[in-house]
Design a protein around this ligand. Structure first.
Ligand SMILES: Nc1ncnc2c1ncn2[C@@H]1O[C@H](COP(=O)(O)OP(=O)(O)O)[C@@H](O)[C@H]1O
Ligand SMILES: [Mg+2]
Length: 212
């Protein structure tokens, strides 16, 4: 349960939500704007705390709180992307490696992802010198860089054409096949088709399956 209060108004953003995403599983989270998708991802990554209920992590992450995880454990593609304006695009992709001291070892993977996403030629540009779609591909590459145990992505193909959306999806699906737990909020019906499961959010409530 998660409520937001604005003056006299109270919004129930999440209500009775119960979900489990297993390692190796790609789950698509579907629902109209304002239905609670971003709030759910914010709870799962530790940005927000629930008013009631809890978030638990299994396997190697058990017993820890999301706000103590680093990029190798939990990576997020925020809806607003969250690129660092003072770093060029290559350094934005490499940020998780810089923070974990794995910079040199991660350069080949960073190059591979940037090439796969068609942003390798933009490596030296600042975020504001790239299109929104290119910036979004940088944010997805950053999240994938260290192969996180948990990958959360908030409408990661929202600013893409079909071709680029498919390139992003290929890598996201690949991350699940490599053993990560992957939860992606998305309006992209192609993504729903590639997911192992689809969950629908409406007015803060979650149901199994695509919306009818
Ligand atoms: N920080 C906040 N303060 C007040 N209301 C919020 C806040 N964040 C989200 N909401 C409200 O919670 C509901 C769910 O929002 P959100 O999770 O962003 O939906 P979605 O990602 O599905 O579009 C909406 O009604 C939104 O206006
Ligand atoms: Mg949202």
């Amino acid at each position: 349960m998660k409520r937001f209060t604005r003056g006299a108004e109270t919004v129930t953003a999440l209500d009775g939500v119960d979900l489990r995403v297993r390692a190796g599983e790609f789950v698509a989270l579907v629902g109209p704007s304002g239905s609670g998708k971003s709030t759910l991802l914010a709870l799962l990554c530790g940005w927000e705390t629930a008013d009631a209920g809890s978030v638990t992590y299994g396997g190697a992450l058990a017993g820890r709180r999301a706000d103590t995880f680093g990029w190798p454990e939990l990576a997020l593609v925020p809806q607003a992307l969250g690129l660092l304006a003072d770093l060029d695009l290559a350094d934005n992709v490499l940020l998780p490696a810089r923070l974990t001291g794995a910079l040199a070892a991660s350069r080949p993977r960073a190059g591979e992802l940037m090439e796969a996403f068609g942003i390798d030629h933009l490596a030296a540009r600042a975020p504001h010198q790239a299109s929104l779609g290119e910036q979004q591909r940088v944010a997805v590459a950053r999240a994938l860089l260290l192969g996180p145990a948990v990958l959360l992505a908030d409408e990661p193909t929202a600013h893409q054409d079909r071709g680029h959306a498919d390139l992003l999806l290929d890598e996201v699906v690949g991350q699940a096949r490599a053993g990560s737990a992957v939860l992606v909020a998305t309006h992209d019906e192609v993504a729903w088709g590639r997911a192992d499961r689809v969950l629908s959010m409406r007015d803060g409530r979650l149901t199994e399956g695509a919306p009818r």
